[in-house]
Write a protein that binds this ligand. Structure first.
Ligand code: NDP
Length: 286
């Protein structure tokens, strides 16, 4: 079993280090605040006093710090020590931040894999923990037996930013979906409905509607927006009703207004008859 170094023992780094140790790897840990290494050392991990010592201990270094800035703050000074070792950066970053770190790694002959964790710490080690990777495919394949201990591993491409991009896209989808719950709960609260009851209704409604998402996606891939489905003009009136109803109940419609804005832009540019999903074309910044 290869020795693994884990940099960062927050909630996620601790779960990862523990998982690898339980699976039989020799694990070296380092954390900015040294007290967090103590439980790991008691459980059999090697607690490094310095990041240099931690990096020297293994050929594979997993980075689980907070953000891009903390990664560069800590890794830049040990670039020479990392030469030839595989760095897997599991920190949540933007795609360009991932590409930036990959370019830095290439300059210093450090095989680099960027990762994105689609899971919470308690899921680490379970198959439903999904971890996305991109970057150096050769390095990825070499460390895959280790990465597979963390959850289901998926290589998304050699562009080091792709795993982050997918992470951000899926998180965006979740964020907007949760805002849907917020809007419905705010509206139904005005009629005295407890939030948990509305949430249950929303859950059932969204479950019934979810397959529709793939139908809309097929229209986008078709590229013509002329399938005769729900049109921009039809949806303009629908969204106007939602906004009016919300305000009538004394609830702000700020979360709904962006959708209305996109539909109005399409109508103003002569696309009132198009499938409403044409709004996606308005999202591209040209
Ligand atoms: P925590 O806030 O629990 O831990 C942050 C870690 O980063 C700590 O070890 C902290 O050290 C360290 N750190 C912060 N700033 C610096 C710095 N400037 N220099 C050195 N170390 C620093 O975060 P998590 O462990 O939960 O998250 C780690 C990464 O995993 C993040 O990028 C997060 O987005 C990602 N992630 C987390 C998920 C989760 O559910 N927790 C889910 C998916 C991804 P110290 O102890 O000294 O403060």
């Amino acid at each position: 079993m290869p020795s693994i170094t884990v940099l960062g023992l927050g909630a996620m780094g601790s779960a990862i280090a523990a998982r690898l140790r339980v699976h039989g790897h020799a694990v070296t840990v380092w954390n900015r605040s040294p007290d967090k290494t103590e439980p790991h050392a008691e459980a059999g991990a090697n607690a490094a006093a310095t990041i240099e010592e931690a990096v020297a201990a293994s050929d594979t270094v997993l980075v689980v710090l907070l953000d891009h800035a903390s990664v560069r703050e800590r890794l830049d000074p040990v670039a020479a020590e990392l030469k030839g070792k595989t760095v897997v950066n599991l920190v949540t970053t933007t795609p360009n931040q991932a590409r930036d770190t990959a370019a830095w790694a290439a300059e210093h002959d450090i095989p680099y894999v960027d990762g994105a964790i689609m899971a919470v710490p308690s899921m680490i080690g379970e198959p439903h923990a999904r971890l996305l990777y991109s970057g150096d495919e050769h390095a990825y394949n070499a460390v895959l037996p280790v990465l597979e201990q963390l959850g289901t591993a998926e290589f998304t491409g050699e562009d080091p930013g792709v795993a982050s991009l997918k992470d951000m896209a899926l998180l965006s989808a979740m964020d907007l979906m949760v805002l849907g719950y917020v809007q419905a709960i705010a509206m139904m609260r005005t009629a005295g409905t407890p939030a948990v009851d509305t949430a249950a209704e929303v859950e059932a409604w969204l479950a019934a509607m979810l397959p529709h998402g793939r139908e809309l996606a097929a229209i986008v891939d078709g590229g013509t927006y002329d399938t005769g489905g729900q049109s921009v003009d039809f949806d303009r009136f629908g969204i106007a009703s939602l906004i009016t109803a919300s305000r009538e109940q004394g609830v702000r419609a700020d979360l709904l207004e962006p959708h209305q804005k996109l539909l109005e832009e399409l109508a103003a540019t002569g696309h009132g008859d198009s499938d409403w999903i044409r709004v996606i074309e308005r999202l591209t910044i040209r």
